[in-house]
Design a protein around this ligand. Structure first.
Ligand code: KIV
Ligand code: NA
Length: 275
């Protein structure tokens, strides 16, 4: 099957074909997602979704490497983007290139990093090293402490203008796409209209060139309150737990395993034994 490439994304935006991106963190979730979506993101959301952290700040490059490798081993058809975790693109250009290059060596096609004008130097340095970069603006979860929580961004006129300015600077710096998270739909529409690179929205309304949701949110695997931009298509937690409880009941009743689900000595496999 033909792999998705970065030049395809811009063509699709021009043709009005909406991009579909979701997250995967291991080979199983990548195999579920890859035939369906255009882009797979190994998000630093792995921290809260899979690793039990309250936010994405504790996620390290070593943790991300582990998950990028697992997803890459599934050889996805979808474009594979690795998220740069907190402090992996802040310290120096050299450190940033080494971290991002490490993701590409592990099989990622591109990296994503949060932030606007402050991060332009790092974006340019990566693009100069042939490392494709996806930007990420708005409610950027690595800024949770500065934002004072997970709050919608860009609602005040000057914040909205700054976001548009950041978006255009990221495009000029060479980003091939831009995630817009937790901003008014009208602002995301304006960004989408005025940029040539595709925008990929999450809690950013329907006008974006594409949409992204965390896989475990889509599949109903995350417990607790969900933000309103999440649409769950299955109560996966309930579904899987019900299946597990049926197996547990079978074990407790002695109904698992059956003879067919067991190995037998050769001498017991006579004509009377169904196999
Ligand atoms: O880490 C993540 O899952 C993300 C997406 C929600 C865009 O950054
Ligand atoms: Na992320």
């Amino acid at each position: 099957v033909r792999r998705v490439t970065i030049p395809m994304l811009e063509l699709w935006k021009r043709d009005g074909r909406r991009l579909v991106m979701t997250t995967a963190y291991d080979a199983v979730t990548a195999r579920i997602a890859s035939p369906i979506v255009d882009v797979i993101l190994v998000g630093d959301s792995v921290g809260n979704v899979c690793l039990g952290f309250d936010n994405t700040l504790p996620v390290s490059v070593a943790m991300m490497n582990h998950h990028v490798e697992a997803v890459a081993r599934s050889k996805p058809r979808a474009l594979l983007v690795a998220d740069m975790p907190f402090l992996s693109f802040h310290l120096s250009i050299e450190d940033t290139i080494r971290n991002a290059g490490g993701f590409l060596r592990r099989g990622a096609d591109a990296v994503k990093l949060e932030g606007g004008t402050k991060r332009l130097e790092m974006v340019r340095a990566l693009v100069d090293c042939e490392i494709p970069v996806m930007g990420h603006l708005g409610l950027t979860p690595q800024s949770v402490n500065v934002m004072g929580g997970f709050k919608v961004q860009g609602q005040k006129a000057d914040d909205a203008l700054r976001l548009l300015d950041d978006a255009h600077h990221l495009q000029e710096a060479g980003c091939f796409a831009l995630v817009l998270e937790g901003i008014p739909a009208e602002l995301a529409a304006r960004a989408t209209e005025t940029l040539t690179i595709p925008t990929i929205g999450i809690g950013a309304g329907p006008a974006c060139a594409g949409q992204v949701l965390v896989l475990h949110d889509l599949l109903g695997l995350v417990e607790g309150r969900r933000p309103k931009f999440v649409r769950s298509y299955v109560d996966g937690f309930d579904l899987l737990q019900t299946a597990l409880s049926r197996w547990a009941a079978d074990v407790r009743e002695g109904a698992f395993p059956s003879a067919d689900e067991s190995y037998h000595l050769p001498e017991s496999a006579g004509p009377a034994v169904a196999n």
